[in-house]
Design a protein around this ligand. Structure first.
Ligand code: XIL
Length: 446
């Protein structure tokens, strides 16, 4: 938020008048138009502010009041995990996840899906599996759950905590990992096929600064981007004590520079420096366009999984803590908006036709474009989109076949996304160097 010249010039006059009238200490309060809830404050810069929600607490009125007032993004704390959603092989249970999702949607919030594959909270039947049968079961799990929630999830944590702690920078050993090093990309591809609208994230902890673990993940994301494996975002859990690492922001920035969004996904901070650390983390996100939002891992200290550490923004009785005010102020202070998005739509939506619209994430010398193809009033059996790169070069693309990399570049459907029902849509994307301005995509049914 900017202080206008008018409000600046009024401040000394008002202060003098007030001091003269009251002989009082001047209390400088937030600007009159500062937002008063976390969600509204984050929304001023196009970001969200979320929390983890436990289905079992939705009957607690204090909890629900804070949830509905303060937050506009929700993550199920446990209810969308593998053990909850597929307790027996091939038998799915969405009761807890649906309850959280419906409550959130009813309150105008969006939902982060957490988590399709994780070596923890695997159901017992999966824990005892290995090799190709486990690979088949885990990919089926991704497909089924992402299909159930298709179109309703803002972003999925497709894979959670797959990297090892310590200096190796490599993968963590697990039965999932032992099915083959390509398990992560297989999961991302399955998730994209099941729900093309959800952003797909990799999520992990101890990745809050530049260290061997975060660098291992960085290298994976760079490789995925180069090979067209669908990945849109990286989640930084940020379970912290006292301080964020001094290179917290630089670490987020290097991921953003790969052309992925970054999200702070499970923030909680213990220790006596709590309010400062919360402010630092919020400021770091606000400073990075591609940091699209922050989620805290619970509402009140008594809701936290870190029992006794009081790492959250509200006390057990629901009062706002100093850390809450630090976060609210940092959100209100603004920062660059997230990802610059420009949308252009073109072409004939009539029978047999299609439209293409592009959402562009542009940074200094590169960009990622996400293109949505929407069928007109009859179904598509195939499509072709032409986009113009006047000052940029495509380095990779996904969910489409591409011809050319600069000038007029043509993208056609791949096997699995050529059929689009009447009025329905599908997405593909590409990234490149230089500028993605003026893409002006046009769509033709084939
Ligand atoms: C935690 C939940 O908060 C607890 O209720 C549960 O017993 C264990 O899992 N990283 C993650 C989260 O990705 O799913 C974890 O949530 C916390 C660590």
């Amino acid at each position: 938020m900017k202080l206008t010249s008018r409000s600046v010039s009024l401040v000394p006059i008002m202060a003098t008048a007030l001091a003269a009238a009251l002989g009082a200490v001047l209390v400088v309060s937030a600007p009159a138009n500062a937002a008063t809830t976390l969600g509204a404050a984050a929304a001023q810069s196009g970001r969200y502010f979320g929390t983890a929600v436990a289905a079992g607490r939705l009957s607690d009125q204090t909890y629900v009041n804070i949830l509905n007032t303060e937050f506009n993004m929700v993550t199920a704390e446990n209810e969308m995990k593998w053990d909850a959603t597929e307790p027996n092989r091939g038998q799915f249970n969405y009761s807890g996840g649906d309850r959280i999702l419906n409550q959130a949607v009813g309150n105008g919030s969006r939902v982060r899906g957490h988590a399709l594959l994780w070596h923890q909270q695997e159901p017992g039947w999966a824990r005892s599996m290995e090799g190709s049968s486990l690979r088949q079961a885990m990919i089926n799990h991704v497909t089924q759950v992402a299909t159930h929630y298709r179109g309703k999830i803002y972003a999925w944590d497709v894979v959670n905590e797959a990297f090892a702690d310590g200096g190796s920078g490599g993968r963590r050993d697990s039965n999932l990992q032992r099915t083959g090093n390509d398990w992560i990309e297989a999961a991302f591809r399955a998730a994209r096929a099941a729900d093309p609208a959800a952003k797909l994230c990799y999520n992990d902890y101890n990745t809050d600064g530049i260290n061997p673990k975060s660098t291992g993940i960085y290298n994976m994301v760079r490789d995925f981007k180069a090979r067209g494996v669908p990945i849109d975002c990286v989640g930084f859990q940020s379970h912290l004590t006292n301080n964020a690492p001094s290179d917290y922001r630089a670490n987020l920035q290097r991921f953003a520079d790969l052309g992925v969004e970054v999200q702070i996904t499970e923030l909680d901070i213990a220790g006596s420096n709590q309010a400062n650390a919360y402010r630092d983390v919020t400021n770091a996100c606000m400073a990075i366009r591609a940091c699209t939002g922050i989620t805290v891992w619970g509402i009140r200290d008594t809701d936290s999984w870190r029992t006794g550490e009081n790492p959250l923004l509200f006390t057990g009785s629901g009062a706002k803590k100093p850390a809450y005010n630090a976060v609210l102020d940092a959100l209100n202070a603004g920062g660059p908006g997230p990802t610059t998005t420009t949308t252009t739509t073109s072409n004939n939506p009539g029978p047999g036709g299609c439209t293409a619209s592009v959402s562009l994430n542009q940074w200094n010398d590169g960009f990622v474009a996400s293109v949505k193809v929407t069928a007109g009033s009859s179904a598509l059996r195939g499509w072709r989109v032409t986009a113009t790169l006047s000052n940029g070069t495509v380095t990779s693309s996904w969910s489409s076949n591409r011809s050319g990399n600069s000038g007029a570049v043509t993208f056609t459907n791949v096997d699995y996304n050529g059929s689009v029902p009447a009025g329905g849509s599908t997405e593909f994307g590409f990234q490149g160097t230089g500028s993605g301005a003026g893409l002006n995509p046009s769509c033709t049914a084939t």
